[in-house]
Design a protein around this ligand. Structure first.
Ligand code: PEP
Ligand code: CO
Length: 464
């Protein structure tokens, strides 16, 4: 895409970055101090953008390629990033696991892979209930739920749980520090994956692994050197001598005050860009056609993710596409399906057939995490590796049968050795969950589970 705008999207003259505020909405949280809210919004609007319009357009062009099966998108990161974890090791480790997974996928799928982190702004969380009750100073108290560090803080006290607009300013600053570190790491050669010491494959020797699976992993890891040359041949910049690997950011655009404040026009382009992130998405709980999120998102030029899970149907999905992408622009829409392992067969074929028969340009992405949350008998939120894998495999099959393209995957993961999801070759059981359960929201795949899933996905997709 050239630097001058070539888009043919028609612009809605009734839309402006603040028009979502006129949409009636039962907001799950509210700021109580209007002048503090205004001060935070003004400050945010004055700050420089976190990302640029040309990066956004480059990602859009790559999503368009992935829609056509010429590329694959790997999106992943924490469920909820936290301000406290804005530290070098967790950031570098998340980047490392995403780079390594992408390498496995490049090798297995024989296609370039674009990496998109749930990074540098994934600070706002939708909740199933606006309040929760728990013990506070010896008595049961009802307080706002924790909506992520962009809105309020996790400790169960009235002070921490009160929505605080200044957290948006703090969130911006932490996103900016995170992004600055990521950009420096990538520029400084961190992406040089030729070094075998970057790989921790010791879990392949886990006694619980079947012989067949162990042999498969060993074979794949032995041939990863090929993967590196493949990556180079495919026109990715040479990893050992390059200074750049393309990397993009994304987050759920839940707190529209934050998104609006950084949404602006830029020289030589038409329309508004949300410059907090490259790929904002609308969550499953906020995709109402007459809601403020669809209203906000329909006016921005960024590619947009939309999470879709039951009870969505074909008509509703087409109406969402009409609202968000009336010109059927390529690279614009990423449909992130999150069905749950037992709902794929009932839901996916109809949606795939409908979108295909209407000729809509979308990138189909699978999030096998969010429909598969379970609770252990002792009440710990977890996910089973086998359910995640099974949803992925079923989605791969559904696309194969429908003649559509699975162009990406979306995972909640971390580069740390956490114990939040059960299963996988690392052999994490329910008893292990308390050992290192660190997430403030949904359970994430750890380093080993993430890498294993990349191997299994590559295997599943290359077989079909
Ligand atoms: C999430 O991605 O963390 C999330 C809340 O997803 P969903 O909107 O699909 O439930
Ligand atoms: Co989540």
């Amino acid at each position: 895409m050239s630097d001058t705008d070539t888009t043919s999207r028609t612009l809605d003259t009734n839309w402006n970055p603040g028009s979502w505020r006129d949409v009636p909405f039962d907001a799950p949280f509210a700021y109580t101090d209007p002048s503090a809210l205004q001060a935070a919004r003004t400050r945010l609007a004055e700050f420089p953008p976190l990302v640029t319009s040309w990066e956004i357009e480059r990602l859009k062009a790559q999503i368009a390629q992935a829609q056509r099966g010429e590329r694959f998108i790997l999106q992943g990161g924490d469920c909820a990033e936290t301000l406290d974890e804005c530290q070098p090791a967790p950031i570098a480790n998340k980047l490392k696991i995403l780079l390594q997974m992408s390498l496995v996928l490049i090798h297995g799928l024989r296609t370039p892979v674009t990496r998109v982190g749930r990074f540098a702004g994934q600070y706002a969380k939708p909740r199933s209930s606006p309040t929760e009750s728990a013990d506070h100073n010896g008595s049961v108290c009802e307080l706002p739920s924790y909506f992520g560090d962009l809105v309020n803080r996790a400790p169960f006290t009235p002070e921490h749980r009160a929505p605080d607009p200044n957290l948006m300013v703090e969130g911006y600053k932490h996103a900016s520090m995170t992004l600055n570190f990521i950009r420096s790491l990538l520029d400084g050669g961190f992406a040089d994956l030729h070094h075998p010491e970057y790989w921790d494959l010791s879990f392949f020797h886990n006694a619980d692994l079947s012989d067949a699976r162990r042999a498969q992993y060993e074979m794949m890891s032995r041939t990863l050197a090929d993967g590196l040359s493949f990556m180079e041949n495919l026109g990715e910049q040479k990893v050992h001598e390059s200074t750049r690997v393309d990397f993009y950011t994304s987050h759920e655009g839940l707190n529209l005050h934050y998104e609006e404040a950084q949404t602006r026009t830029v020289p030589r382009r038409t329309g508004y860009y949300d410059l907090t992130t490259h790929l904002p998405w609308i969550g499953q709980r906020n995709r109402q056609l007459d809601g403020p999120h669809i209203e906000f998102f329909k006016g921005i030029q960024n590619p947009i993710g939309v999470k879709i899970g039951p009870p969505i149907n074909g008509d509703e999905l087409i109406s969402i596409l009409d609202a968000l992408n009336p010109t059927n622009e390529e690279g614009k829409i990423v449909l992130i399906t999150r069905m749950g392992v037992s709902n794929v067969q009932a839901n996916m074929p109809g949606l795939l057939a409908r979108v295909k028969s209407e000729g809509r340009n979308v990138l189909w992405m699978s999030d096998p995490m969010h429909g598969n949350g379970i609770k252990t008998s002792s009440g710990i939120k977890t996910r089973n590796f086998n359910d995640i894998l099974s949803e992925l495999e079923q989605v791969v099959d559904a696309h194969h049968e429908a003649g559509t393209i699975l162009g990406g995957v979306h995972f909640e993961l971390t580069g740390e050795d956490v114990t939040e999801c059960v299963g996988g070759a690392a052999g994490i059981t329910e008893d292990d969950l308390t050992r290192n359960y660190a997430t403030l929201c949904d359970p994430r795949l750890n380093y080993q589970q993430s890498l294993e899933l990349a191997f299994l996905l590559a295997g599943a997709m290359s077989k079909r």
